[in-house]
Design a protein around this ligand. Sequence first.
Ligand SMILES: *Cc1c(COP(=O)(O)O)cnc(C)c1O
Length: 427
Amino acid sequence: MAFNQRNNFKPFKSKVWLASPTMHGEELNYITEAYETNWMSTVGKNINEVEASVAEYVGVRYAVALSSGTSSLHLAMKLAGIETYGIPVTGHGALEGKYVFCSDLTFDATVNPVVYEGGIPVFIDAEYDSWNIDPQALEKAFAMYPEVKIVVLAHLYGTPGKMEEIAAILNKHKAILIEDAAESFGATYHGKQTGSFGKYNTISFNGNKIITGSSGGCFLTNDREAADKIRKWSTQSRENAAWYQHEELGYNYRMSNVIAGVVRGQFGYLEEHIKQKKEIYYRYKEGFNGLPVSMNPIPDKCEPNYWLSCLLIDSEAMSKQVRGEREVLYLPEHGKSCPTEILEAMNSIHAEGRPIWKPMHAQPIYRLNPYVVKNGNGRAGSNAYLAGETPDNGMDIFHRGLCLPSDNKMTQEQQDRIIEVVRACFA
Ligand SMILES: *Cc1c(COP(=O)(O)O)cnc(C)c1O
């Protein structure tokens, strides 16, 4: 039996979270400033400061502060669609009927914006090296769908994708890159910040990200016209007239000056958070020494922001685990374990873990979308994974991996107990 020593582990008195907001006090000063000066709106100094700091930090010319990462991705998709296919007659649906290549192993906010604009996500399998878009699968996708001109790539859990290879492929096919750097703010590839590689990019200040505004996000670009366009669309597309004059479809996507106050206060702590998360990652790595597991990979030339520490169980050490659409079953086995067992064990001591993002091609909503893997046919009327083969890296990572509690306020003692619990699962 694997984790039958459960009762020997004392639960934490207060829950250890996956990744919760970490406030420092300065946030309150900026919120108060907004309140006292009555800039309780989507205009104000906090917003301007956030835009300036983020653009400078990431190394892009323009940052536009928005209500969320998702709204930024939406407007980025719309802009890329219009640029590629022209202005739609109806004013919306800039990607109507068009294929867009997307990360498969990611959160659905990466891909939903494609659908908001009427596009059809084509999912590209992940690679083991970075857990991000597999350059070889991407090459194959361009061979299958040479007409595609837009690619959305997420840097999963704060680890950059292979940007050199990806950029070379995109150049060759004259396609636009949109980076979803929602999880990777502060991470670098070859010393260059994620969020600065694509034409239009996104970071997020959602409550569990590396720094937070409680919500919020930024659109990033070097293109002045693009930044102006996004700012205009995000504030209901008002024209320069004495009345409310509208010539384009508008959105209410601007960041609030109160939220911006929180982000502004957090900004100076980004590097501290990254440092803490990095320590957590390496403490896990050391703590799992000798177990049949590995941590989420760090490819060459990458410095992640270590947003979430993840664990991947060696194939031979996986106990039997079967996931249906909503339910899961596993068989405890001596010397082996599975993500479900480890998540249950952590839950029993009041620590929050999470399964790896379930790949998009396996989501019921995207079940019929095209899907490209390096080996095999991807979605050619069959699900290779269910057929007992695994040419499909993303599904394999989902099957064998999990996110560990990665909260930067976690103490060393708490982390030690979590490590012991994981070890006990393999007893
Ligand atoms: C959080 C997240 C988003 C969305 O950001 P919000 O600010 O929550 O809208 C998009 N993509 C990925 C990969 C994310 O993790």
